[in-house]
Design a protein around this ligand. Structure first.
Ligand SMILES: CC(=O)N[C@H]1[C@@H](OP(=O)(O)OP(=O)(O)OC[C@H]2O[C@@H](n3ccc(=O)[nH]c3=O)[C@H](O)[C@@H]2O)O[C@H](CO)[C@@H](O)[C@@H]1O
Ligand SMILES: C=C(OP(=O)(O)O)C(=O)O
Length: 433
């Protein structure tokens, strides 16, 4: 078994360069397969999900190679099959972008059900709604589903809730469809805008991304290009919080501060001093922290993916904080793990009630998803003794080099492999997961 060992580390200090966004990369890599020519993507992190995508692409006859300088070169013109590797497409969440990307070209796609961080049930009804509206048929089998369309036609689609995944997928579908598609109640996330910008760079016509109404004029073909993925706002936000947690000073570089508006405001509200530069943000964590109330929501509201690191931070703010999770009201798998470290948190009806101010203690804990992993690392940095975190594969879904990034700031953490604690202790960790 592999785990991460974290020691009480003192204040984090220094700068960290923020890698490319995982969530954007997953969309761009699939979208790149739509081009007839060669696409060069810059800044794609070398995370586990990238390697799954490479395998899926290889199985479909699409070449996707990483060069020594880190650029990823994709050639969708070589595609031979739309029967995608079921096991691999079920290894991460956003494999459904391959439907949006390949359906126009191939007329059919067969794919495994979405996997990844299954912290709660994550329906795909809005993806199906968009597919059907544009003329596709969807059939569900036991271990995969199949989408067929002899032709995709533009449609007027209203999303019943704001979803970044279905918004992106519908943009991909519509880019090569016949006629005009309008997406209403669309997600405004930076990753949606990044995907739209990329499609436009390939010769597509997407208008209004970043607002709640997006119009796409279908084009006949998309061509190769070079494109830079946006920086990962979720990794950046977590490092700002880690500065507050350890009473350190951390600068996140190569970031887009505007993508972190609600996060920066909240951190200031609880007493942190945050300085915003053109492409960087510095968090000063010396001041004492205040308790707060936060509600997560879709962009530009406070991100559900920053809820877990914020929970760790609020454990250090004396008084009672409340975090209400409105995107995934049951996304609290990290709470039983934090409680194993002495955290005082109760979860009731979609809210975590956090009593801050008590000393955390290192323990054996399990990361059930990438953000839970981040929050446990952060808790480990200030806990007495050693914290041992399993579920490393979940953390590696989101971070190319989590150990290196934290170590560069002075954190003491390391990978371990071998026999992990007492057997019954390891199985106890799964409680609440
Ligand atoms: C790969 C990726 O980009 N993952 C992110 C993406 O996930 P993902 O794209 O899966 O999340 P969505 O934005 O689609 O989900 C938003 C909300 O819509 C609901 N919904 C979504 C689709 C659907 O067909 N039906 C439906 O009910 C979801 O249950 C959720 O309550 O956005 C989430 C919300 O910001 C983040 O936590 C994930 O990190
Ligand atoms: C939930 C996440 O990822 P995914 O949607 O890929 O499971 C995440 O990045 O926090």
């Amino acid at each position: 078994m592999k785990w991460i060992e974290v020691a009480n580390s003192g204040p984090l200090k220094g700068s960290v360069r923020i890698p490319g966004s995982k969530n954007s990369s997953l969309a761009l890599l699939a979208a790149a397969c739509m081009a007839d020519g060669e696409v060069r993507l810059k800044g794609i992190p070398n995370i586990l999900d990238f390697r799954f995508i490479q395998e899926i692409a290889a199985g479909a006859g699409i070449s996707m190679k990483r060069e020594i300088n880190g650029d990823v070169i994709i050639n969708g013109g070589t595609i031979t099959s739309a029967d995608l590797n079921r096991e691999r497409t079920s290894s991460y969440r956003a494999s459904y972008y391959f439907i949006g990307a390949l359906l126009s070209k191939m007329g059919r796609v067969s794919i495994g059900y979405p996997g990844g961080d299954n912290f709660v049930s994550r329906p795909i009804d809005q993806h199906v709604k968009a597919l059907k509206a544009m003329g596709a048929e969807v059939s569900f089998m036991e271990d995969h589903y199949k989408v067929e369309a002899s032709k995709l036609t533009g449609a007027d689609i209203y999303f019943d809730m704001i979803t970044s995944g279905a918004t992106i997928n519908a943009i991909l579908l519509a880019a090569l469809a016949e006629g005009t598609t309008v997406l209403r109640n669309a997600a405004k996330d930076p990753e949606v805008v990044d995907t739209a910008n990329f499609i436009n760079r390939m010769g597509g016509k997407v208008f209004g991304a970043g607002t709640d109404t997006i119009r796409i004029e279908g084009v006949k073909r998309l061509s190769g290009c070079e494109y830079n993925v946006i920086p990962d706002r979720l990794i950046a936000g977590a490092f700002l919080m880690a500065a507050g947690m350890t009473k350190g000073t951390v600068t996140v570089e190569d970031t887009i501060p505007e993508h972190l508006g609600s996060c920066i405001s909240k951190l200031r509200e609880i007493g942190m001093n945050i300085e915003v530069g053109e492409n960087s943000i510095t968090a000063y964590g010396e001041s004492s922290l205040r308790a707060t109330r936060v509600r997560t929501g879709m962009y530009p509201s406070f991100a559900t993916d920053l809820q877990q690191p914020l929970t760790s931070l609020l454990l250090l703010s004396p008084g009672r904080s409340i975090i209400t999770e409105r995107v995934y009201p049951e996304r609290f798998n990290h709470v039983p793990q934090l409680k194993r470290m002495g955290a005082r948190i109760e979860v009731r009806r979609g809210s975590a009630f956090i009593q801050g101010g008590s000393q955390l203690k290192g323990n054996f804990v399990h990361a059930s998803d990438v953000r839970a992993g981040t929050c446990l690392i952060m808790a480990g940095l200030v806990a007495e003794g050693t914290t041992r975190i399993t579920g490393v594969e979940h953390i590696e879904r989101g971070y190319e080099n989590v150990i290196g990034l934290f170590r560069d700031l002075g954190a003491e953490l390391t990978y371990r492999e071998g026999e992990y604690g007492q057997t019954e202790q390891a199985s106890d960790l799964m409680v609440g997961v």
